[in-house]
Design a protein. Structure first.
Length: 296
């Protein structure tokens, strides 16, 4: 049996209040890297939606592995924010520059992205397969819904329920939906992001939009999903368009399951107005626990 140990902390992300937001475990691994199997075992022990494993790379930066109980992810937003270090972190999707603002306890992350809107949406029956509570209202749903990858390997179906508050309230934890992906984009983690558009305003030329969101995947409802919020923000910005336009999205998530979270995504489009030029994810985090774990 291994005698190796690792220090860890748990944080609640996208909130300033402990026991709200989305919990995250961050494990700092010294020495030899852990195997995929061992990281998955530890993740399942914590039973959070994601666990991060940090290890110092040869270039001095921290290498970051993100795991769910189902496997590893190339990118996820709340683990990046929750890690909370004001240094560059290397993840599978690329380098992520983090900046910590101590005055507000806010972490700002420059998001690595490769935004792709798939040519075929997710068909209505695939949504209903994961949401039996909506079956008797199937006629009110669209025939399909847009599927957007924020990077290869992370894809969300976006279901607009802005005019369907009653259906939004019926959404429940369920499995990940089956989504047809364009060539070269499989395999991928998939989830469904249900959203309701609220007020829209202008702030010195930046379009500001508020949304309520719920994200369902791998049998869970996630309290806060940075990657899904980034996918939705990119999609909303691209649908609005505008050469060099800037957008800020305030997204409220997790209220229905008692883990209210507030996520901010800033998107700037390029000079064609047809592609994303930059994207930033930001939010609060608060320390909950710290300790030592014996490694497998």
């Amino acid at each position: 049996m291994s005698t190796r140990k690792a220090s860890y902390v748990t944080v609640d992300v996208f909130t300033a209040t402990r026991f709200k937001g989305n919990p995250l475990a961050v494990v700092k691994v010294e020495g030899e890297a852990l195997s995929h199997e061992h990281m998955l075992t530890i993740t399942r022990e914590f039973k959070y939606s994601e666990t991060v494993f940090l290890r110092q790379a040869q270039d001095g930066q921290l290498s970051m592995d993100i795991f769910t109980p189902a496997g590893d992810l190339d990118f996820a937003g709340h683990p990046v924010i929750g890690t909370g270090y004001a240094i560059s972190v290397s993840i599978k999707a690329g380098a992520v520059v983090l900046r910590y603002v101590p005055e507000s306890d806010t972490v700002l992350a420059e998001v690595p992205y490769n935004v792709h809107i798939h040519s075929c949406g997710t068909p209505k029956p695939n949504i209903l397969d994961t949401q039996p509570n909506l079956a008797d209202q199937a006629s009110r749903l669209s025939q399909d819904y847009s599927a957007v990858s924020i990077v290869k390997g992370v894809t969300y179906t976006l279901v607009d329920m802005s005019d369907q508050e009653d259906l939004f309230a019926r959404v429940a934890a369920g499995r990940s939906q089956d989504t047809p992906l364009d060539d070269g984009w499989a395999p991928s983690h998939t989830g469904t992001m249900y959203y309701r558009r609220q007020e829209v305003s202008d702030d010195n030329g930046t379009t500001v939009e508020h949304l309520r969101v719920r994200m369902i995947a791998i049998g869970l409802e996630d309290p806060a999903t940075g990657s899904a919020c980034c996918s939705l923000a990119a999609y909303r910005a691209l649908m609005r368009g505008g050469a060099g336009s800037s957008y800020r999205f305030y997204m409220n998530q997790g209220r229905e399951i008692g883990r209210e979270s507030d996520i901010i995504v800033d998107v700037v489009l390029d000079e064609s107005g047809k592609d994303v030029s930059s994207m930033f994810l930001s939010g609060l985090a608060t320390l909950v626990a710290e300790g030592t774990i014996r490694l497998p």
